[in-house]
Design a protein around this ligand. Structure first.
Ligand code: SAH
Length: 572
């Protein structure tokens, strides 16, 4: 099968960038992963070994522009389990050699050929079956599954040793393959939904051509399906999908069953939830029924996408302040998996590069509820929607708007959607980390925007927070439409805090234009701040000291005594 995920193209220096970009053009959605501090790519990483192992463990195909030996050493600790092996290739920086290293069964040689074509070089293919037949017989295309890998290997060695073979059943992908064919051969490649009977001379490949439909979950659903298939002599691997009524969408029992069976779960809308009616709604005649499960068997693989719809999903996520290495891996995974990206245009851009088949729904900043509703509309149709915010989605951002839209909706489809909120690193936390630890003691986060709350409420909260000696992180401190509010806010805080109170200003934190300024409450002016600035006003205990590089660390001690420095004992 061709690789499903786009590869990570890993580079260690600027000399590899041009070759990396050429390979990137071959794969929709591929990103260039670049060693931090050495070269700029799409994704930054700090340490090659750890990064390659993380990619490998997550099943991401790897094209590493460095010595083959380095790559092997890096992933070596993970090689014991040969089953789940993404393709790994080493590519010479100058594009003069491409070497498939790992992932023979997940399409590494196909990738090596494609990259070789793009760079105008011959790939260093070393797999004997592949060299002889020009394809890997043990890696059938999407929609087909190999019955037994061990038997498959024996079969291929027999062919390499000179045995001819027949092909039984529909195997269109073998049409152009240079096999030693003989209609009377003892060996046979058999394409069939029927289970392999153990014959050594057969390479059995199952078309995923069977659909199981169940009207209600009772008992061990997956076991029931497998038992019924076995009773009819069919292979479990020939199953293409599990069908269920749309009314069952939120019931986790179905998802578990589909997971156990290793097939997609598809839902059918309509009032008749009898198993054979579910099949009929998808245009499939029932071949047999057993124990409340109806089965259809087609002549060729069935594309599950053509059956009913999937359960849609809305993932509300935070991109962090901007730097890709401050984006949670869970958020990255949701972005990679999404069919639709919804959000303010700047953030949708920040979430990229997206694949051509991922739909962008970039809207204006203020239409938050409308954006949330749009996300549910899309997910109601079975799409996997990501709603992007900067920082954390729950901090003055989309998560609350999404929940507000859902609570107000009576649409059962919206409530059946799978909803997850994935946290991100909020601007306040990112700014604090740059400065040191100004949020090291009790603090509060306040938005100074009076778009959605009366200004009087903001004033009252500011006074209380200032009085309580909380460190304050101001979001939305100022904008063209709200020019005077920051000065008013600072006046209130100045009633309770001295002019010497530490203030940290982070602007475009985690982005290329990042800047950090240290000042005091007395010196702070509204002109120092814009809408891309995070303002952290210290408490009475927030302090600073010189860094060895000439800057300054600002922190708020964990203890609460205005007149004392920590002793070694209290730090222990
Ligand atoms: N959900 C976001 C905040 C959205 S409110 C988060 O958790 O970070 C928008 C405000 O956040 C801006 O007006 C600014 O005050 C602050 N902000 C967002 N990104 C920032 C960044 N990269 N640097 C500094 N401040 C930022």
């Amino acid at each position: 099968m061709a690789t499903v995920n786009p590869p990570a193209i890993v580079i260690l220096g600027p000399g590899a960038l041009e070759t990396a970009r050429r390979v990137q053009h071959c794969y929709d959605g591929a990103r260039v992963h670049a060693l931090q501090g050495r070269v700029e790519g799409d994704v930054a990483f700090a340490e090659l070994g750890a990064h390659l192992r993380a990619l490998y463990a997550s099943g991401t195909p790897i094209v590493a522009l460095c010595a083959a030996g380095i790559v092997i050493r890096c992933v070596a600790p993970l090689l014991a389990n040969k089953g789940a092996e993404p393709p790994v290739l080493a590519l010479a920086e100058d594009g003069s050699a491409v070497v498939p290293l790992l992932g023979g069964l997940s399409g590494v040689n196909v990738m090596a050929r494609a990259i070789g074509d793009a760079l105008g070089i011959a790939p260093a293919i070393t797999t004997s079956g592949e060299l002889r037949f020009g394809t890997c017989l043990l890696n059938p295309p999407a929609g087909y599954a190999l019955a037994s890998l061990d038997q498959g290997k024996r079969f291929v060695s027999d062919l390499l040793a000179g045995e001819p073979t027949r092909v039984e059943g529909g195997a269109p992908w073998l049409d152009d393959v240079d096999l030693p064919r003989d209609a009377a051969a003892r060996h046979a490649i058999r394409v069939s939904p029927h289970a392999w009977d153990g014959t050594r001379e057969q390479l059995v490949i199952h078309p995923r051509s069977i659909v199981a439909a169940v009207g209600e979950t009772r008992g061990q659903l997956a076991a029931k399906v497998n038992t019924a298939l076995a009773a009819q002599g069919y292979a479990a691997l020939a199953l293409a999908a599990l069908l269920a009524p749309a009314s069952a969408m939120s019931d986790p029992a179905w998802a578990r069953a589909a997971d156990e069976l290793g097939v997609p779960l598809r839902f059918v809308r309509g009032t008749d939830t009898a198993p054979n009616a579910l099949l009929e709604a998808c245009g499939l005649p029932t071949r047999f029924e057993a124990d409340g499960v109806a089965f259809a068997v087609a002549d060729a693989p069935i594309d599950p996408q053509m059956l009913g719809q999937a359960r849609g999903k809305v993932s509300v996520l935070g991109l962090g302040p901007g730097r890709t290495d401050l984006l949670a891996p869970a958020a990255r995974a949701a972005l990679d998996d999404a069919t639709d990206i919804v959000g303010y245009a700047t953030y949708v851009d920040m979430a990229g590069p997206l694949r051509a088949n991922q739909r962008r729904h970039a809207t204006d900043n203020r239409e938050e509820l409308q954006r949330a509703r749009h996300a549910f509309e899309l997910a109601g149709e079975g799409r996997r929607v990501v709603v992007v915010s900067s920082g954390d989605p729950g901090v003055f951002a989309m998560a609350a708007a999404v929940l507000e839209a859902l609570e107000a909706s009576e649409d059962a489809r919206w409530h059946a959607v799978e909803l997850e909120i994935i946290p991100g690193i909020s601007a306040g936390l990112a700014t604090a980390a740059l400065a040191g630890a100004p949020l090291g003691h009790d603090f509060c986060m306040l938005s100074l925007s009076d778009n959605l709350k009366p200004w009087a409420v903001i004033e009252k909260r500011l006074a209380h927070a200032a009085q309580a000696d909380l460190v304050m992180a101001f979001y939305n401190p100022i904008s063209r439409a709200r020019p005077w509010q920051l000065d008013r806010a600072l006046d209130i805080v100045r009633r309770y805090r001295t002019p010497q109170t530490r203030v940290v200003l982070g602007r475009d934190v985690g982005r290329p234009a990042q800047s950090l300024r240290h000042t005091t409450l007395g010196a702070l002016r509204a002109e120092d701040v814009d809408m891309r600035t995070m303002v952290i006003v210290g408490s009475s205990t927030t302090r600073g000291f010189a860094r060895s590089d000439g800057g300054e660390w600002v922190y708020t001690p964990r203890w609460y005594r205005e007149d004392a420095l920590p002793t070694n004992a209290s730090l222990a």
